[in-house]
Ligand binder design. Structure first.
Ligand code: TMP
Length: 199
């Protein structure tokens, strides 16, 4: 595989999607996202984010994210990389580790094992963490609540802390930018990070 695989991660409403789309445009890369990214993945996304499924158990949630990821890697990401295309993905394994592994308390190792099976071991070349404090996530969401976001401020705080720890533990793969400022300011930081770090 020769294309570069770049992942954007961050708490809800961090602005990572805006940055990921912009970077994909600039690099002429394939842009994709999780949950979703494929026909099957989009169905799974609907199940995961629809507030009507409030009874969904945490294990079911983790398995559905992993199932969507398996389809996404097999159908979209790996073929593009093999085709020498760069891929920019909005969320990947670290989202499951932060949300299901840490915030939902399922355990990082257990959730990593699921994702490892799902992806066949594929890892990003670079993860850009667009970091915002939990209060910023909550303020930016103001009224727009899907099933996951309803879990609120505590969840955002745990997610944000988990991301920070992942980035600190693997500085060769992760770069952190401050997502609290205006889009253009964040974009400058992202571009500087990519210029320095992209393989
Ligand atoms: P989005 O807001 O980036 O589209 O993501 C939708 C929600 O899904 C968001 O609250 C984070 C959550 N999520 C997980 O909990 N685990 C995962 O593995 C992924 C990819 C997303």
């Amino acid at each position: 595989m020769t294309g570069r695989f770049i992942v954007f991660e961050g708490p809800d409403a961090s602005g990572k999607t805006t940055q990921a789309i912009r970077v994909a445009d600039r690099l002429g890369a394939v842009f994709t996202r999780e949950p979703g990214g494929s026909r099957i993945g989009d169905h799974i996304r609907g199940l995961l984010l629809d507030p009507q499924y409030a009874e969904m158990s945490m294990r079911t949630e983790a398995l559905l994210y992993a199932a969507g990821r398996a389809q996404h890697v097999d159908e979209v990401i790996r073929p593009a990389l093999i085709d020498d295309l760069d891929v920019v993905c909005d969320r990947f394994i670290a989202s499951s580790l932060a949300y299901q592994g840490v915030a939902r308390g399922l355990g990082v190792d257990e959730v990593y094992a699921l994702s490892h099976f799902a992806t066949g071991g594929l890892l990003p070349d670079l993860v850009v963490l667009v970091q915002v404090p939990p209060e910023v996530s909550l303020a930016r969401l103001s009224g727009r609540h899907d099933r996951i976001e309803q879990a609120g401020l505590d969840l955002f705080a745990e997610v944000s802390k988990a991301y920070e720890a992942f980035a600190a533990a693997d500085p060769a793969r992760w770069v952190v930018v401050d997502g609290t400022g205006p889009i253009d300011e964040v974009a400058l930081q992202v571009d500087a990070a990519l210029a320095e770090r992209l393989p």
